[in-house]
Design a protein around this ligand. Structure first.
Ligand code: IVH
Length: 732
């Protein structure tokens, strides 16, 4: 690869990875699996290393993903939350060990090997044994305050159990021993845990190169303050239950349990969170005062269990890298019996004193770059299967996006028969050189939709021609277009029958206008009979139009006409969502409705106004403005007005119920609302503003320099929102 090619590839990978970061961390709807993501990131890191002259500038290789979302108050971690570099290679794991051996001068280092839970990292703060705060990792330095949501997790005690056993100083419990091999349930009681092995070398008093006395001795007592780190996740069964409900409601299913867990933890209403059974396991230590609760990771895990906390299960403590590798292989076997996702093993130096000596990469710089030298994540390669591509078909989406799909010879993969796999886009097909007739490896890494990972070139039958991506829409034959810096080809024809069908079905779907009886099939029928072509046409339908469509269909036709009529005053956010503005989903629609309260006001909004809406970034802002500026869309809006669509703005009937009977406390300075404006909004929505926080407070809305009221809310577990969160709540 020459310099120009490397430059182009680096630019491509940076944009592509930034897009996947946004999809994964902020929108919780990834397009690719971890393995594919890690592969792209590794390719970028290798290119940047090979061409230092091209490595300058912002790059996803130089930062950790950021999960912070609009609507939550931010909270700083006392000790930065680091992240781990991933490896899929045994050799790299051995190199990790070799580096530590060299650094510490000890050959048979003790490690804990734990499953890597596929969830969302959180940090819990317990003060004097009481849970006072739960914060997501965010950018590593500060995250979203999700205390109220985390309190809904059954199995997470609000108070640490006092053990009262000073004898059980954490160090005494440690040593290479199986920590827990319970295959059912994550909550491990001390009785269940085989704490001692035949060999129990307690943590040494000194660590090579530094006396352990340089640090305070570990204490078994409940500390005054401790940050305990862990992972919030959903069990597979719960994930499937929620997805069944989603589908029954006509909504898109969630991609995988991890994304659903992340999305759930970021819901603004704890009552909604409680309906989904989130779980948590703990495995890490942040700040702790006055003294560490243990001298080693293995002892710390036991200490957590003694306090009554749910601890990562299947963890073991072993000596030397061969034993680490054996433990990882064993874990790979055991994890298949678990009903929650694990995507690897985390290997940690067991002794905290040795961890301190090893330190972290990027120290002295921003916490965003910190990754410990004492730990390593070994990721299990996802389940794969070999099959053959029968053909490549192209799906046309609502926005005209052309998505290539591999039609496969059916094959069993991770318990299900797979017949189709996504090929993402034209660039991906070209990069992997997938041809109809090829033998391929497909993979399912927790995602619902399997992915074609690789062509088995050695098995390629002779005479297979490279696949040529269509330059015209397979449905309406219009020449396809691709915007600069986009990977997706689109059909630009606003009248493309497939786009029209999907667009109308989206508008009528449960997630948008929720028009009972107007599902995909009925929409297709209405289009076929020439009765509807645009959204306003739906509202022009008359009983006599529908009667000929079904034999004895009077009742059906009457119900459909009534259902459509009932939606003329649908909530504004539903109409916005139904319009299909690129990148504007239900959440952004609610934000826009709360802020502007009419379609006209959104159409007239300037860039600064739109950017002021939480969750709307520059790209989405540009897309919204372009959508409202397009003549075809202006005609659509005029058409909606002409057929009498009068959406209900949030402050009217829809919002009145939102805060009825609820008490809200305002504290600190909000970014755009004055105290009076915020009070009016709350009161217009039926709520009451109170000056002090108590157990009876429903929400605290906190701005800059919020003080003791915020602290009290956290201590009492009252949901804390920022201004964007309040607006989202008001939008219903
Ligand atoms: S220890 C310094 N232990 O994996 C970071 N992390 O790739 C210490 N994770 O951010 C993390 N299971 O969200 C650790 N047993 C485990 C884990 C685990 C899952 C996640 C965690 C972390 C990410 C790192």
């Amino acid at each position: 690869m020459n310099l120009t090619e490397a430059q182009a590839r680096i630019a491509f990978l940076r944009t592509e990875l930034a897009r996947h970061d946004e999809l994964y961390y902020r929108q919780a709807r990834p397009e690719i699996g971890d393995f594919e993501y890690d592969r792209l990131k590794r390719e970028l890191a290798d290119l940047e290393a090979a061409h230092p002259e091209l490595a300058a500038g912002a790059s996803p290789t130089k930062r950790v993903g950021d999960d912070r979302a609009a609507g939550f108050v931010r909270a700083r971690h006392r000790q930065a939350m680091m992240t781990l570099d991933n490896t899929y290679a045994e050799g790299e794991l051995r190199e990790f060990h070799a580096r530590l051996v060299k650094l510490l001068g000890i050959d048979d280092l003790a490690y804990t090997v734990e499953p890597k839970i596929d969830g969302l990292a959180v940090s819990l703060t317990y003060e004097n044994g009481r849970l006072v705060r739960a914060v997501t990792r965010g950018d590593g330095e500060e995250g979203d305050d999700v205390t109220a949501n985390v309190r809904t997790i059954r199995g997470l005690p609000g108070a640490l159990r006092e053990t009262g056993e000073r004898r059980a100083e954490a160090g005494e419990l440690g040593g290479p021993a199986p920590l827990s091999r319970t295959a059912s349930g994550l909550s491990v009681s001390t009785e269940e845990m085989p704490l001692f092995a035949e060999e129990t070398p307690a943590a040494p008093a000194t660590v090579h190169g530094a006396p352990a006395t340089a640090h305070r001795a570990a204490s078994a007592a409940v500390p005054a303050l401790i940050e305990i780190r862990g992972e919030v996740f959903l069990r597979l069964e719960e994930f499937q239950r929620i997805n069944r409900e989603q589908e029954e409601a006509g909504l898109e299913p969630y991609a995988n349990p991890r994304n659903l867990a992340a999305g759930t933890l970021k819901l603004l209403d704890p009552a909604e969170v409680a309906k989904r059974r989130l779980e948590i396991v703990l495995y890490g230590l942040g700040a702790c005062e006055p003294a560490e609760p243990a001298e080693s990771q293995s002892a710390y895990l036991k200490r957590l269990a003694l306090w009554g906390l749910p601890v990562v299960e299947l963890a073991v403590c072993v000596r030397g890298i061969d034993a680490v590798w054996a433990a990882i292989c064993e874990l790979d076997r055991l994890r298949r019996g678990l009903d929650y996702g694990t995507d690897g093993a985390v290997v940690k130096l067991d002794l905290f004193a040795q961890q301190r000596l090893a330190g972290a990469r990027g120290e002295g710089q921003s916490a965003r770059k910190l990754s410990p030298r004492w730990a390593c994540a070994y990721k299990f390669a996802p389940d794969r299967a070999e099959t053959r591509v029968r053909s490549i078909s192209i799906q046309v989406g609502r926005t005209g996006a052309l998505t290539p799909v591999a039609e496969l010879e059916p094959v069993l993969l991770a318990g299900t028969t797979v017949k189709r796999a996504t090929l993402h886009n034209a660039d991906e097909i070209a990069r992997k050189d997938v041809r109809p007739g090829d033998f391929v490896l497909i993979e399912k890494a927790g995602e619902i939709i399997p992915v074609v990972v690789q062509v088995l070139v050695d098995k390629r039958p002779s005479g297979l021609a490279p696949y040529v991506f269509p330059n015209a829409c397979p449905v309406c034959a219009t020449a396809v277009t691709r915007a600069e810096a986009e990977v997706v080809w689109r059909c630009p024809n606003p009248d493309c029958p497939e786009k029209v069908r999907r667009g109308l079905a989206h508008f009528a779907s449960k997630a948008c206008l929720d028009i009972d009886g107007l599902g995909e099939e009925v929409v297709a029928l209405l289009i076929e009979r020439g009765l509807v072509k645009t959204i306003p046409d739906i509202f022009r339908l008359k009983l006599e139009d529908l009667l000929p469509l079904k034999k004895s269909g009077e009742v059906w036709a009457g119900n459909l006409i009534a259902a459509i009529a009932a939606r003329r005053s649908a909530d504004l956010w539903r109409v916005i969502h139904g319009l299909g503005i690129p990148q504007v989903g239900a959440t952004s629609s609610k934000d826009l409705a709360a802020r502007f309260r009419s379609l006209d006001a959104i159409a007239a909004a300037g860039e600064a106004d739109l950017l002021n809406v939480g969750g709307i970034g520059e790209r989405t802002c540009g897309l919204i403005r372009a959508w409202f500026a397009a003549p075809a869309n202006q005609a659509l809006l005029a058409g909606l007005l002409a057929v009498g669509l009068t959406p209900t703005a949030p402050a009217a009937a829809g919002a009145a119920a939102v805060l009825a009977g609820k008490t809200v406390v305002l504290t600190g300075t909000l970014p755009t609302l004055s105290r009076e404006e915020a009070t009016k909004l709350v009161e217009d929505a039926g709520g009451k503003v109170s000056g002090s926080v108590s157990k009876k407070t429903h929400y605290v809305v906190a701005g800059e320099e919020a003080g003791s009221k915020l602290e009290k809310a956290r201590a009492l577990g009252v949901p804390v929102l920022d201004e964007a969160g309040l607006r989202r709540l008001l939008a219903g």
